[in-house]
Design a protein around this ligand. Structure first.
Ligand SMILES: Nc1nc2c(ncn2[C@@H]2O[C@H](COP(=O)(O)OP(=O)(O)OP(=O)(O)O)[C@@H](O)[C@H]2O)c(=O)[nH]1
Ligand SMILES: [Mg+2]
Length: 186
């Protein structure tokens, strides 16, 4: 006899990690670094917006990772923004990776705060650190971490820099160990 849908959905599923952020900040490159080659692409129900889903395997654990379309704020204008917002509100991911372009940090931080206001756990991924450094700029990561109160990982998605630290942080978030908290990302 088929089992009721409720019972099936209550089965233990891997934690859901959603990648969000402005357009063109490196979300999809990061997504592929985390999940590897086997991903599924589908249209968000009732829309033409494509959603890519994959699995991160790390230290014997599985995580479902979703790459979302770029959005500027949680006050959606485009269909892509509506979908990203709906996914955050309805699917309530277990962890949100907010990817920002480190060069344009100030412009992108309001979205971090909006996501935090939804009560969702957020990691700020400071991507494109290579371009920031090439421009001779710096971000005071410890100070930013202290004022936001969330983990911050500097990355260069293209080269893979910071990805190991990000995976470690994800693992530590879902499977806290007795070891001292990660400090390698300062
Ligand atoms: N220099 C540099 N370029 C990067 C980095 N990460 C991504 N890129 C480049 O930035 C561009 C955008 O990357 P995507 O991953 O497609 O960005 P996205 O956020 O998924 O973009 P949308 O899906 O359009 O919102 C590509 O040309 C990438 O190669 C990085 O860390 N450093
Ligand atoms: Mg993308």
């Amino acid at each position: 006899m088929p089992r009721p849908a409720q019972e099936i959905s209550a089965e233990k599923r891997p934690p859901l990690i959603m990648i969000v952020g402005n357009p063109n900040v490196g979300k999809s490159v990061l997504f592929h670094k985390l999940t590897g080659r086997y991903v599924t692409v589908s249209n968000y129900p009732g829309t033409t917006v494509e959603i890519t889903q994959g699995t991160l395997h790390y230290k014997g654990h599985r995580y479902t990772v979703i790459d979302s379309p770029g959005l500027y704020s949680l006050n959606p204008i485009t269909e892509e923004e509506q979908v990203a917002r709906r996914m955050l509100l309805r699917q309530r991911p277990d962890l949100v990776l907010h990817v920002v372009d480190a060069k344009n940090l100030a412009r992108m931080l309001p979205l971090t705060l909006q996501i935090m206001e939804l009560g969702l756990p957020v990691v700020l991924v400071l991507n494109m650190m290579d371009e920031l450094e090439r421009a001779g700029l710096q971000v005071d990561i410890p100070a930013l971490r202290q004022s936001l109160g969330i983990p911050i990982i500097p990355t260069v998605s293209l080269s893979g820099r910071g990805i190991a630290e990000l995976k470690e942080l994800i693992d530590e978030h879902f499977h806290p160990s007795a070891s001292p908290h990660l400090s390698a990302c300062d």
